[in-house]
Design a protein around this ligand. Sequence first.
Ligand code: ZN
Length: 58
Amino acid sequence: MTQPRCGAQTLRGRPCTKPAITNSSRCQLHQGGWSGYGVAQRKKKEAEATMRKLRKKK
Ligand SMILES: [Zn+2]
């Protein structure tokens, strides 16, 4: 059984060679953490959450 590779771009500009987690296209490191993609996604979510909080207060 061949496991798919993570393939996320690392800080050094190379694709990650770690095996991806089952049901995810990324490895444990990159599935939601510190990859450029993950950071961008998290910032987006945080911004949305902040907007929601501001709306709820009113
Ligand atoms: Zn990875």
